[in-house]
Write a new protein. Structure first.
Length: 267
């Protein structure tokens, strides 16, 4: 089944941050995976989004170098976290989409947020138009609007209006992160003109995969949550060794022989 065809039903799409995590997630049986800009940034020792002034960010070149490693390692379609398209101008977004296709991505997300504020809605629509023109017929374009995630005065209705305008401009899938209550998600499903992606793993949400599927959500992603959890394990292991001298954390590791066999199959 193609990545586009998956959007006619329901599926879960976890996010990888390197080739190894991509192989493990694809081997688990998911029909598609995604990249995570946060997970990739953290693995490079850099931050993601709302960075303090002067803090290092991941360049488009460095991000796509990792993306290519992920697509080369994955046996299933990969959706790319393309942030804001790496530039405000529609031409920059179009170039990012062309690079995404060359990198082997089956689809990608474009945000309407520049790291400080939302782009003007008219400019945001023009950016999606440019992305659609560069994407071609097979690439699944997801338009993400971040007003709810930013907790700005933007109402849910305003986010719905933005998302629907992006759909009219050519987006195949719509993504409104920051909406974590079931009633609001049902409103999105009802009022959005296209398939809805919902991210799990942000904050303290108690939403589950079965609940979201029953609400009519098309696609579930996990953002940087698995990557952050993995780094949480690194911190937990370090603290355990330093405080108790034990290695109980190692009980959950995948045996080396199993990993060797898994990666040998991929090779």
């Amino acid at each position: 089944m193609t990545f586009r065809e998956l959007h006619d039903g329901f599926f879960v799409m976890p996010n990888a941050w390197d080739a190894g995590s991509a192989v493990v997630l694809a081997d688990a049986g998911f029909p598609a995976i995604a990249t995570t800009s946060a997970g990739i940034a953290f693995s490079l020792g850099k931050g993601d989004h709302t960075l303090p002034d002067g803090a290092p960010a991941v360049s488009r070149e460095d991000m796509f170098a990792r993306v290519q490693e992920i697509t080369a390692a994955s046996a299933v379609p990969v959706n790319g976290d393309l942030e804001d398209g790496y530039g405000a101008d529609p031409s920059a977004v179009a170039e990012t989409i062309r690079l995404a296709r060359e990198a082997g991505l089956a689809g990608g997300n474009i945000e309407d947020y520049d790291g400080r504020e939302l782009y003007d809605v008219e400019l945001s629509v023009d950016r999606i138009v440019a992305a659609r023109e560069a994407a071609g017929p097979d690439f699944v374009l997801t338009a993400r609007t971040d007003g709810q995630l930013l907790r700005t005065p933007t109402s849910l209705h305003d986010s719905i209006d933005r998302a629907n305008r992006f759909h009219e401009a050519g987006a195949d899938c719509l993504y409104v992160p920051g909406v974590n209550d079931l009633d609001s998600i049902r409103t999105l499903v009802k009022e959005l003109a296209g398939p809805l992606n919902v991210v799990l793993g942000l904050g303290t949400s108690t939403l589950t995969v079965p609940t979201l599927q029953s609400a009519g959500v098309t696609r579930i992603s996990l953002g940087g949550s698995i990557a952050r959890a993995a780094l949480g394990l690194v911190r937990q292991a370090a603290q355990e060794i330093l405080t108790t001298g034990t290695i109980d954390f190692a009980a959950g590791q995948i045996p080396q022989a199993e990993l060797n066999q898994l990666f040998a199959r991929k090779a």
